[in-house]
Design a protein around this ligand. Structure first.
Ligand code: NAD
Ligand code: LMR
Length: 335
């Protein structure tokens, strides 16, 4: 080891020790896929989050460079990098929250389901690591197709005997972020004043914005409803205009969701966000709705609430596609 590395390692240890002695509040967070298009801005934003005391950045490429870069930010979290499968376990031991944006993104003309063949195996391997090294961590799963990767993760955890449905959350926050933004544009409001629940799943027609439950309460013409619903459902194709998939707005949404999970873990009251979770709201085993986040993860899964006719039709379409995607994920592990 060159002398500089030894010195740096000793500095990191001193800083970690210093935070521990000072009783600095904070959670240990790992990002798996941290060198990617989402991973890098996500890592940067998590390094800025005062609720994070330790940040582990894992990837199969470029993790050391990204870690060095992020570690120069003069914010509180101690950052450590982990490269490749042999270092996965070290990246995961002791983590409170694991965020997973690892895997390939869509190219023009592809559906999220086209990513299944590659990403299913990646998610399985990473979740096996979580089950072994930090079985009590909250998992935020971003890798697509979320409608299948969440069932895959659940099956991996069941196999390992560590499954707690409250702790496994598929990240659908970007759909809510988009819905708030697009609805605010139509209403001429500041997006920060708008809250639109988006339920179902995270692909095409499974993304079901409930405009009838938007806050502030608003009425939309049939044309506005159609325009907004389609735009929210196709937001992933609109982002980056055919040159890859959303990374920056996704990192923003992932951090917004991770921060809510950490506030829940801290014991804050009334933390409510939408997520794709194990659910009894419909006949499907997984479904995205509002959930209340607490010390044990998604402690309460909320019902859908009243739907209008347009949303009831949308719900039927969403459930049909979702059922297939969920089954595909489950079969991948059970076969
Ligand atoms: P990217 O290709 O830029 O980055 C992915 C990263 O994952 C790369 O750095 C790659 O090295 C890493 N990786 C690959 N295999 C790995 C493994 N086995 N272990 C650890 N890391 C591994 O892709 P991106 O644009 O960051 O997108 C990542 C995923 O997030 C895609 O599946 C994409 O579809 C999905 N996504 C989800 C949402 C959502 O709302 N849930 C939004 C946008 C993108
Ligand atoms: C998104 O909604 O932006 C992501 O799921 C990425 C994609 O493939 O559209």
């Amino acid at each position: 080891q060159p002398p500089n590395s030894q010195m740096e390692e000793s500095c990191v240890l001193k800083r970690t020790d210093c935070r521990a002695k000072g009783g600095a509040p904070g959670f240990k967070v790992a990002i798996l896929g941290a060198a990617g298009g989402i991973g890098q801005p996500l890592a940067m934003l998590m390094k800025m989050n005062p609720l994070v005391s330790v940040l582990h950045l894992y990837d199969v490429v470029n993790a050391p460079g990204v870690t060095a870069d992020i570690s120069h930010m003069d914010t509180g979290a101690v950052v450590r990098g982990f490269l490749g499968q042999p270092q996965l376990e070290s990246a995961l031991i002791g983590m409170d929250l694991v965020i997973i944006p690892a895997g390939v993104p869509r190219k023009p003309g592809m559906t999220r389901d086209d990513l299944f063949n590659i990403n299913a195996g990646i998610v399985r391997t990473l979740c096996e690591g979580v089950a072994k090294c930090c079985p009590n961590a909250i998992v935020n799963l971003i890798s697509n197709p979320v409608n299948s990767t969440v069932p895959i993760a659940a099956e991996v955890f069941k196999k390992a005997g560590t499954y707690d449905p409250k702790r496994l959350l598929g990240v659908t926050m970007l759909d809510v972020v988009r819905a708030n933004t697009f609805v605010a544009e139509v209403l001429g409001l500041d997006p920060r004043e708008v809250d639109v629940p988006v339920v179902g799943g995270h692909a095409g027609v499974t993304i079901l914005p409930l405009l009838s439950q938007a806050k502030p309460p608003s009425s939309f013409t049939p044309e506005e409803t159609e325009y907004l619903t389609k735009r929210i459902q196709d937001g992933g194709t609109e982002a980056k205009a055919g040159a890859g998939s959303a990374t920056l707005s996704m990192a923003y949404a992932a951090v917004k969701f991770a921060d809510a999970c950490l506030r829940g873990l801290r014991g804050d009251a009334g933390v409510v966000e939408c997520a794709f979770v194990a659910s009894e709201v419909t006949e499907l085993p997984f479904f995205a709705t509002k959930v209340r986040l607490g010390r044990r993860g998604a402690e309460e899964v909320y019902q859908l609430g009243p739907l209008n006719e347009y949303e009831r039709v949308g719900l039927q379409k969403a459930k049909k596609e979702l059922a297939e995607s969920i089954q595909k994920g489950i079969s991948f592990i059970r076969k």
